[in-house]
Design a protein around this ligand. Structure first.
Ligand code: AMP
Ligand code: MG
Length: 314
């Protein structure tokens, strides 16, 4: 049996995952940086340096494997915060050299897509990718094409920004989801432009609102999720697909999944959200993408590489 060790380190998470070449996730360990104020790049990189060996050791232990059993090492080469990317990249190169294992640097966003496809067993879905820094509607047509995206910030970061203003801590998404359960509707702007969305105006407005925090959280979710549901539906129609795959950290939100599920049901499409343990940033998705790109080798980081820059001929 062949295994890939994947090291994730684009932003808040340092993770190590082990996946068999057949696509079974054997281990997936991570340490997530949290703070009251948000992410300071050098502080996050220090966090990752502190935990990188630990998560790798733990992953090997969980998988009951030694480094010598690993056939391939992959790491998140980008996009992401450069000081964090260096931690994952340097560790992958170091382990590769020491143990004579090939190393491949892969695109973190593409890894979110392919682990989504693997875990939901979808054939050719429209992907709704809703994470911290990214919010995009994507489907594979020669390459991963972006049909629509946020014109300013990703929804996860938008929610975290709102959380920072309101003192909810970081990451704020899960806290907002809990508060929203007890909220009722108050008016917020709705911002869809063609296939694109924008969140910063909504966040500014919501941050300044003096209404009950539960009501603001509820309305913020309803508004932003409705916008995503609208563009996801249009993408299904235009691209003539009948599968919608929800991926990225915000995909953990039950209300978002419920809204998308209703829309898909109404048009006879299949809906699935990536399982919770594979939704946020983690090493298993890096390992799986490494396996798909096992014939390539690379070093260094690519902080600004976009999803539609990636050559998908693997
Ligand atoms: P990622 O960049 O894919 O790791 O996703 C991280 C983002 O997901 C952060 O901005 C979190 O606030 C957000 N997030 C995590 N869980 C939830 C949730 N239950 N509801 C909304 N957002 C969430
Ligand atoms: Mg991510």
């Amino acid at each position: 049996m062949k295994y890939c060790l994947g090291i994730e380190g684009t932003a808040h998470t340092i993770g190590a995952g082990i996946v068999s070449f057949e696509g079974n996730v054997i281990a997936n360990e991570k340490e997530v940086y949290t703070s009251e104020t948000g992410m300071i790049p050098t502080a996050v990189a220090e966090h990752h340096k502190k935990y990188v060996d630990e998560v790798i050791e733990q992953a090997l232990k969980t998988a009951k494997l030694e480094l010598q059993d690993i056939s391939l090492i992959s790491y998140s080469a980008g996009p992401g915060i450069a000081p964090c990317l260096h931690v994952a990249s340097n560790k992958a190169q170091e382990l590769g050299k020491e143990n004579n294992i090939p190393v491949v640097g892969i695109n973190h966003c593409v890894a979110h897509l392919t682990i989504g496809q693997l875990s939901t067993k979808m054939k050719d879905p429209v992907f709704l990718y809703v994470a911290g820094a990214n919010t995009q509607v994507i489907c594979l047509a020669g390459k991963f094409r972006i049909f629509g995206e946020t014109l300013d910030i990703g929804l996860g970061n938008a929610l975290d920004k709102f959380g920072r203003e309101k003192g909810l801590g970081f990451p704020a998404g899960p806290k907002i989801e809990q508060l929203a359960k007890k909220g009722k509707w108050v008016d917020l702007p709705y911002s869809v432009k063609g296939m694109d969305v924008s969140f910063s105006g909504i966040i500014t407005k919501a941050s300044r609102m003096q209404e009950k925090i539960e009501d603001v959280c509820y309305s913020l979710q309803e508004t932003c999720f409705a916008m995503l549901t609208e563009v996801a539906e249009r993408a299904l129609a235009h691209a003539e697909r009948d599968e919608l795959c929800l991926i990225g950290g915000v995909g953990a939100n039950k209300r978002l999944a419920a809204m998308l599920n209703i829309m898909c049901k109404e048009r006879g499409a299949k809906f699935a959200a990536v399982p919770l343990d594979l939704a946020g940033d983690q090493g298993a998705m890096i390992a799986w993408q490494g396996i798909l790109e096992k014939d390539k080798t690379s070093e260094g980081i690519r902080p600004y590489e976009r999803t539609d820059d990636v050559d998908v001929t693997w």
